[in-house]
Design a protein around this ligand. Structure first.
Ligand code: PAF
Length: 282
């Protein structure tokens, strides 16, 4: 695996690869890698000549400074994992490399209503920050295929929108399924911050999704959402939201006709740690 820290060096190297008509797959990450990330690398390896990954803990997408400070950093282990997974290139930029002019001169992306709901509502500015860094990374890497995890469902929809806004619709977005621990907890870098007791409780998020999947029927979905929230509250979570939305565009669904493809999305705090998960129901 070749490691690049400078945009200009990576740019030059990738240019040469593009001239050889190599197909490039890209897996952006914030590090603290787990098998979920490696499944993205594996998916990218199947369909591309070269797999590029990046590790950058992006300050502009953290609306809570404490969450940024506490974000797990495991660079050495990450490098080892990427190497073993057969990743070809790792881009490991500094903050200055990504934001040479600081954070104040950054753009504003017109993401529409999808930025104002769910995580957008509870983490103001988060998706603008995601778009800033992803825009920058896509400019550098210019991948043919971009690999994202379904666990960040809203982020996937936002990035699909971003690539249209920035005129990069030739990039194929490949959304890979969420990997789960044996008890069902969605794999996440934030799980590293859970203590043993919190880890035991954390699986309740998965149970709340299963509860909705197994009990939803057509009509008003308010009661079932409230019941799922009660399950989380009783386990000790502080719930930001339990929502049901159209699986394609994330329009919130209050009345379900039994046909529309829907996704349940949950975000909840266990003490200081915010966990998210989702499940497509039909
Ligand atoms: O999902 C993530 O890890 C991050 O939001 C991403 C896409 C790498 C942008 O920082």
């Amino acid at each position: 695996m070749i490691l690049f820290k400078k945009t200009a060096d990576l740019d030059k190297w990738l240019d040469a690869q593009r001239k050889k008509a190599n197909i490039i797959g890209f897996v952006p990450t914030m590090g603290a890698l787990h098998p979920g990330h490696l499944s993205l690398i594996a998916a990218a390896k199947k369909c591309n000549d070269l797999v590029v990954s990046s590790i950058f803990v992006n300050p502009t997408q953290f609306n809570n400074p404490r969450d940024f400070e506490k974000y797990p950093i495991t660079i050495e282990k990450d490098i080892e994992m990427l190497e073993q997974a057969g990743c070809d290139i790792l881009f490991l930029p500094s903050v200055h490399e990504i934001y040479p002019d600081g954070f104040s001169t950054t753009k504003n992306y017109d993401l529409g209503f999808v930025e104002t709901i769910l995580d957008g509502k509870f983490r103001p500015g988060h998706f603008q920050g995601v778009c800033m860094v992803v825009h920058h990374l896509l400019d550098i890497v210019s991948p043919d295929n971009l690999y994202l995890g379904q666990k960040d469902y809203q982020q996937c929809i936002i990035i699909k929108k971003l690539i249209r806004i920035i005129g990069k619709s030739t990039i194929n977005i490949q959304i890979c399924p969420t990997l789960r621990e044996t008890d069902g907890l969605a794999m996440s870098s934030r799980n590293m911050r859970l203590n043993a007791k919190e880890r035991e409780t954390a699986v309740t998020i998965y149970h709340s999704l299963l509860f909705i999947k197994n009990n939803i029927s057509k009509g008003d979905v308010t009661a079932i959402k409230n019941k799922a929230k009660e399950i989380l509250d009783n386990a000790g979570f502080k719930t930001d939201y339990v929502e049901i939305a159209d699986a394609t565009d994330l329009t919130l669904v209050n009345e379900w006709d039994g046909q529309q493809k829907i996704v349940v999305l949950v975000a909840a705090f266990l003490n200081e740690i915010r966990l998210i998960d989702n499940m497509v129901l039909n």
